[in-house]
Design a protein around this ligand. Structure first.
Ligand SMILES: Nc1ncnc2c1ncn2[C@@H]1O[C@H](COP(=O)(O)OP(=O)(O)OP(=O)(O)O)[C@@H](O)[C@H]1O
Length: 271
């Protein structure tokens, strides 16, 4: 349903960041985008949401199509109206506004008659937000702010939800909760593109996955295939398959030796 073909993007005139990236989001699925720092994950989401220009970047070639529309030609507000909605990077909430007011802002593009149903859905998903609806967003905990950022995006009734590292800076238990929320949102019918450095959580939640390396898709497959791949284990899962949070020193086997031995596999899969 969302289809990215041969996408090349950059910042300024010389820096190329995404290098011929292809990605398809199948209906009803969660797609995880993994990659280390600077691999281009946020740049990919910015390209989809039309916000690359706000960061001094641009799409140089390739296309992003959604339900017959060429998203790569649309301004950010038009991308949102088309149903592709990004939860803000770095969980930017409006700190001086209440939880309720933040959600109201998220619902501005939603027809008035449906806003209260969207709000009810968000409050059902995040009981903590319901309890704190009159609290200023700036006083929420990090996890609650992340929930509010996701809730705000849901207020726009996304047909595809884009999430940029929702686990960033959160404790393991909260990361699990965020993963479960992503699953619930998806089960309620919303496809999700989930950019994550926490590969263990992302691969638990996703159906399909890609790993970006220096702006290129280095590995792609089902989430199960990636979770079982030695290269992925060594590079992104701390060498242990990602069933926990990587805090067991005995299992934290992402050694230099493993990284060296797994590199050729990655290179072989690189376009
Ligand atoms: N506004 C910008 N102007 C110039 N270069 C940028 C800009 N934003 C990102 N970059 C560069 O683009 C590359 C990819 O960055 P991006 O933020 O997309 O990576 P990422 O995979 O999301 O990394 P992280 O996990 O650290 O956020 C990096 O080399 C980064 O320095």
């Amino acid at each position: 349903m969302l289809s990215i073909t041969d996408l090349v993007t950059g910042y300024g005139t010389s820096t190329r960041v995404l290098d011929h990236v292809d990605l398809a989001v199948r209906p009803g699925t969660v797609v995880a985008v993994l990659g280390s720092n600077g691999a281009g994950k946020s740049t990919l989401l910015r390209a989809i949401s039309g916000t690359l220009g706000m960061h001094g970047g641009s799409i140089r070639s390739g296309s992003i199509e959604f339900e017959g529309q060429a998203l790569h030609r649309l301004a950010p507000a038009a991308v949102t109206r088309a149903g592709v909605v990004q939860s803000p990077e770095g969980r930017q909430v409006f700190g001086r506004m209440t939880v309720e007011e933040n959600l109201a802002v998220g619902g501005l593009t939603t027809p008035r008659a449906r806003r209260s149903a969207s709000r009810d859905r968000v409050m059902d998903l995040f009981p903590r937000l319901a309890e704190r609806s009159r609290q200023r967003a700036g006083l929420l905990s990090g996890g609650e702010q992340q929930m509010l950022a996701i809730g705000r995006a849901l207020m726009a009734e996304p047909k595809v939800l884009l999430l940029d590292e929702p686990s960033l800076g959160l404790a393991p238990l909260l990361i699990d909760q965020i993963g479960q929320i992503v699953t619930t949102i998806n089960e309620q019918g919303t496809p999700v593109v989930l950019v994550e450095q926490n590969a263990a959580m992302a691969l638990r939640v996703a159906h399909d996955a890609v790993a970006l390396e220096v702006g290129r898709v280095a590995i792609r497959g089902t989430a199960a295939e990636l979770a079982g791949s030695d290269a992925v284990k060594a590079l992104y899962l701390g060498g242990h398959g990602g069933t926990d949070h990587g805090d067991d020193p005995d299992e934290d086997a992402g050694t230099d030796q493993q990284r060296r031995t797994s590199r050729p596999t990655l290179t072989r899969w690189t376009r």
